[in-house]
Design a protein around this ligand. Sequence first.
Ligand SMILES: C[S@@+](CC[C@H](N)C(=O)[O-])C[C@H]1O[C@@H](n2cnc3c(N)ncnc32)[C@H](O)[C@@H]1O
Length: 246
Amino acid sequence: MQYESFAFIYDKLMDNVDYGMWINYIENIIKRENVIVKNILELACGTGNLTIPLAQKGYDIVGIDISEEMLDVAKQKCLEEEIDVVFLNQDMRELDFEIYDLDCVLCACDGFNYILEEEELKNIFENVYKLLKEEGIFIFDISSYFKMSNILSNNTFGENREDIAYIWQNYFDEEENIVEMDLAFFIRNGKYFEKFEETHYQRAYNNEEILDILKHTGFNNIKVYKDFTFLQADEESERVFFVCKK
Ligand SMILES: C[S@@+](CC[C@H](N)C(=O)[O-])C[C@H]1O[C@@H](n2cnc3c(N)ncnc32)[C@H](O)[C@@H]1O
């Protein structure tokens, strides 16, 4: 299973990610695209690392995630921050959302790499298209094919902190373009460490594959940016941002 016990240490292990910079980047995209964004639907919102600050900035935002545990953490953070955000526990492959004419749909930090079938991705994009207003904006990023096949691929990563350690072993299936990620976590509990494991599967998509699906769905004005810049993504970009309009 994915993002069960991991949910409760996710934020600690992501403490090297600059979510403030991420929010600035998203707001700069919105400015450049010249759209008025008041409401946002965020897919695969996780523990609300973007959802909550965006809500604090005044956006009317709803976060959707398949993991109840990730949403539990997000809701707890909202309680602590005294902010009201609607979170829905849904699989974005079976999106059940009936508020239309949205200004913006967002999916950040490689949520779509968890969608393993191209047909499923097509279906999600079609639903997003239906939900957006005319000229509404769709912003998402993926871990690039380059990153998945060259950096993550058949590699092992790990960290050994005072209270948490993990081993992250990856296996890349070149035929299916899927990386199996075997994660073992060790959490300090007094004198000893408790171990738990999760296996995640992420698909490597080429930019062209994604572009074809977006165009086929009807999106236009599509931009493909590299790594938090406004430069066209290239062969060696690791995080690729797609920005398009209905
Ligand atoms: C890497 S985390 C990113 C979380 C958050 N966007 C962030 O920036 O921290 C990926 C998230 O995708 C969610 N996810 C994976 N498959 C999903 C699906 N089919 N529907 C909804 N959420 C999904 C996971 O539960 C997890 O919270």
